[in-house]
Design a protein around this ligand. Structure first.
Ligand SMILES: Nc1ncnc2c1ncn2[C@@H]1O[C@H](COP(=O)(O)OP(=O)(O)OP(=O)(O)O)[C@@H](O)[C@H]1O
Length: 259
């Protein structure tokens, strides 16, 4: 699967948020989308999934996401929204099963392959123990894993996840990053909005650093997480080191002053 974004612009209200983003990516890649608060990461991801209006183009294997038939698009792109919640008292297993809706013919019960995908997703997100629980009774981190399971259950070639580990404990942060890594290693593409730069450095093949709605840097984690980029975009100084799965980026100071 090939994702091609060309000259994407998107506005929210009167604010021109994403200002001419172009990028190419193909399957079997785990891409981290990083950058300070408010630079347009969520807006870019939502535009890529054709959830908000934009100008420019987003194509999956040459087909425009804007003109895809909605069910085909829902099979091709799975999306986990930032801080996604649930307002309905729904049993966890039924919520995860909603991820298979784009695969089901109208009024058809889930087929064995749908049941298998649901079971796989629940196991990967470590939520089998909640299967019979009402999702509204779960803690924030538990609910986040259930919603991730729903996105995994789609088994889409492109998985877009917005801050998937933000509310998770360290064990589940590592576990979910491993799951996303494995998802990409199976030949699919994962784009994850991340604020944890150490996790981004450890698990992603490629980081795209957004600043002011444009791509400030795009490359391997060590190429992107440079002292100059961290200072110019995040206004921080960080201790960096380690290698591979043991890389770390530890913010230690601001580089601006309060006045
Ligand atoms: N309806 C709106 N009208 C005007 N501006 C908006 C609207 N909604 C969002 N914005 C602004 O658009 C900018 C981009 O928001 P977006 O959610 O894409 O940022 P982000 O990079 O994902 O940030 P974060 O890391 O904080 O989640 C922000 O500055 C936000 O305040």
């Amino acid at each position: 699967m090939r994702l091609t974004i060309e000259n994407l612009h998107a506005s929210l209200g009167q604010t021109h948020v994403v200002r001419g983003v172009s990028l190419e990516a193909s399957g079997a890649q785990f891409i981290g989308l990083i950058g300070p608060n408010g630079v347009g990461k969520t807006t870019l991801v939502r535009a890529a999934a054709a959830l908000i209006p934009f100008t420019g183009s987003v194509e999956l294997d040459g087909a425009s996401v804007s003109s895809m038939e909605p069910r085909a698009r829902a099979r091709a792109i799975a999306y986990l929204a930032q801080g996604a919640g649930s307002h309905w008292p729904l049993e966890v297993s039924r919520l995860v099963a909603l991820g298979r809706l784009p695969h089901l013919a109208p009024f058809r019960a889930p087929a064995p392959e749908d049941e298998a995908a649901i079971a796989r997703a629940m196991s990967l997100a470590d939520v089998e123990c909640f299967r019979g629980r009402d999702v509204l009774t779960l803690s924030g981190g538990e609910r986040a894993r259930v919603l991730l399971a729903r996105a995994l259950a789609v088994e889409a070639p492109l998985l877009l996840v917005d801050e998937p580990v933000a509310s998770l404990d360290p064990y589940h942060q590592i576990r979910i990053m491993e799951v996303l890594r494995a998802y990409a290693d199976e030949g699919r593409m994962v784009v994850a909005v991340l604020h944890d730069l150490s996790l981004a450095a450890r698990y992603c093949d490629r980081l795209i650093l957004l600043d002011g709605g444009t791509v400030k840097a795009d490359g391997r984690p060590d190429e992107v997480l440079t002292p100059a980029n961290l200072e110019e975009t995040y206004r921080i100084r960080a201790l960096t080191g380690g290698e591979g799965r043991e890389s770390y980026v530890l913010p230690i100071a601001r580089t601006d002053s309060l006045d």
